[in-house]
Design a binder for this molecule. Structure first.
Ligand code: GDP
Length: 366
């Protein structure tokens, strides 16, 4: 499955947010650094309004959303790249995730210790980022040196990967995260970059954890974070972990009332999950029938047999073709039969690149 790692300095609200996300008390929030020691993983359903629309048309008994995982990663401190605090553990855990949700403390509370003794989320973000860049720099310098030698010796693999390594290394030496290579990157280059398994090449979403009263409009420090994120080509969301923790415990009707009273249109967590999903560069396709309407996830750029394989490995091996209806056609025409009559049900082969929203039916050999 696809994973977002929740990171940030101690006492910024990571565990509170994670608990709300997974509606469990598994990661216990407590007012001291390092309370979250083992990485905790929770699966969440990805909200998608298209599911209900398809299910209504297909007269499905059940709706099954797709899921992504969030991992609550132990608090990082200054010096982690040198093994301070839980540094090595932290870096190992972060290596395992596909994207980073970086929680920043944008609330004042004298009772809750701030490890740096002041509220300055932009500086906090830099502290964390610096540790990640230092760790990347150290590992990449060593590897690039070796790869240069192998490339001189005409090693094919080294020759392929070296230019990407050099680009990443140049950024790090310049004090910049490798993530800056991501916008508009070609898919083959992205795979090469991912193969380097760096920390700062993972996409980042900043979460501004604000006080309850600031949840609707944000505050001065969350605005500063949004500005910083925009400058990096990253995204930021404003959330009150305290509100989310409250909402997560309420029945749906009461939750809606509570949110409205706080001036919020929807739970911040729903926004967070959707942003996390977008961050992972995933797309959703659907299967629909009387039994169930179901959402499935593949990486952007995946071809039809890969999508079939998400449902069942046998489907990928025996893939013949896929009947595909684009979501807008499916809904506008009123379902599979009508879409077929209108010529909007396409028969696609092995090379078809799955598009977000495709309603698919696979034909395969067993
Ligand atoms: P972590 O170390 O980043 O995982 O932080 P926790 O989630 O354990 O939170 C640390 C402390 O801050 C706990 O006592 C939380 O109840 C408190 N806290 C978390 N979010 C908020 C918030 O939005 N407002 C206030 N006032 N306290 C919060």
């Amino acid at each position: 499955g696809f994973k977002c790692g929740i990171v940030g300095l101690p006492n910024v609200g990571k565990s509170t947010l994670f608990n709300a996300l997974t509606r469990t008390a598994a990661a216990q929030a407590a007012n001291y650094p390092f309370c979250t020691i083992e990485p905790n993983t929770g699966e969440v359903a990805v909200p998608d309004k298209r599911l209900a629309a398809i299910a209504r048309i297909a007269k499905s008994k059940e709706i099954i959303p797709t899921r992504i995982s969030f991992v609550d990663i132990a608090g990082l401190v200054r010096g982690a790249s040198k093994g301070e605090g839980l540094g090595n553990q932290f870096l190992a855990n972060i290596r395992e995730v596909d994207a980073i949700v970086h929680v920043l403390r944008c609330f004042e509370d004298d009772d809750i210790t701030h490890v740096e003794g002041r509220i300055d989320p932009v500086a906090d973000a830099e502290t964390v980022e610096t540790e990640l860049m230092l760790a990347d720099l150290e590992s990449l310098e060593r590897r690039t040196e070796q790869t240069r030698k192998r490339a001189t010796g005409k090693d094919k693999e080294a020759i392929t990967v070296l230019p990407m390594m050099e680009k990443a290394l140049a950024l790090l030496q310049d004090g910049k995260p490798v993530r800056l290579l991501l916008p508009g990157i070609a898919i083959e280059d992205l795979r090469l970059l991912q193969g380097l398994n760096l920390l700062t090449s993972k996409p980042v979403l900043y979460v501004c954890n604000v006080a309850e009263g600031d949840a609707a409009a944000g505050n001065a420090v969350s605005a500063a974070v949004e500005k910083m994120a925009a400058a990096q080509g990253a995204r930021a969301v404003v959330i009150s972990a305290a509100i989310e923790a409250e909402v997560a415990q309420l029945p749906d009707a009461e939750a809606a009332e509570y949110l409205e009273a706080m001036g919020l249109e929807e739970a911040g967590l729903d926004r967070l999950i959707r942003e996390g999903y977008a961050l992972l560069d995933l797309i959703t396709f659907f299967t629909a029938g009387p039994k169930e309407t179901r959402a499935w996830t593949v990486a952007r750029g995946a071809k039809a047999p890969r999508a079939a394989g998400v449902i069942h490995t046998d489907f990928e091996r025996g893939f013949i073709r896929a009947q595909t209806i684009a979501y807008p056609d499916y809904v506008a025409l009123g379902g599979e039969v009508a879409a077929k009559e209108a010529g909007k049900a396409r028969d696609e082969g092995k090379e078809y690149v799955v598009q977000d929203g495709d309603v698919m039916l696979f034909k395969f050999n067993t």
